[in-house]
Ligand binder design. Sequence first.
Ligand code: PTJ
Length: 265
Amino acid sequence: MTSNEDQDHMVPKSHPRYESIKYRHKIIDGMKNLVVAEAGLIAHGRGECFDYILGEKTTETAKKAIEAAVASILLADRPIISVNGNVAALVPDELVILSNILNTPLEINLFYHKKGRINAIKKVLQKAGASVIYGTDPKKMIDLNGLDSNRKKVEFIANADLVMVPLEDGDRTEALKKLNKKVIAVDLNPLSRTAIWADITIVDNIVRTIPEMIKAAQKLKKLDKTKLEMIVNNFNNKLNIQNTLNLILEYIEKQKENAFAAVKF
Ligand code: PTJ
């Protein structure tokens, strides 16, 4: 029995926060298997906190960003999806489906270097069906200019024109932008450095974003280049983030009353 199954047995499906607990245990198991960095647990907790004040749903602003992101990937010449430990632990199967539909490869790129981590993540992606995975052979890696962290070690990313960076730590997006690459971020924190620097910021939980992107890709793949360009040109990231912040304020305002509705004192 894996520890995940162990934990599943402990958490009844009827628990009001079953879904959230299920993903926590994927992260915990990922950490035990070297997939997730220790700090990945803390990052996940920060994400949960923002998800709570977004109402734990994919908002209208996130859907707009998702559409613009998928259209941009379809228009790009050399797009790539960067994969870190948390993403590999949470949505490996969905990530591989998206990569196939969009014909966009995956590259493992980690902030925290630890012996065995790249291999552990590679195995998870292979089990999910990925055939081409960049970022696994140190001999093929070069250093990206303008970055000091371990994230500077890149392969396909070096010559990509678009990089999707789910759950980033803030130092890379700026460096990628300075190298004239288009950046798509997925980050539950709308005010993170990554969120602010990216061209398209999807403020949503990665566990909902990737399935939404798959749906959007199936739809947008049928459109011609001009229509895709219209979607991208009509998207304004700054405005979309500001609207997301308004949604958070509205949600909190509503919760002042709603949160207590079912409670009898
Ligand atoms: O696997 P590694 O070594 O590459 O490390 C990955 C982590 C995530 C540990 C590393 O990139 C890191 O420390 O990131 P930060 O600085 O904690 O930033 C992660 C961001 O992702 C935060 O703004 C979180 O709010 C956000 N986040 C966390 N969980 C989710 C999320 N965003 C979307 N979906 C989530 N499930």
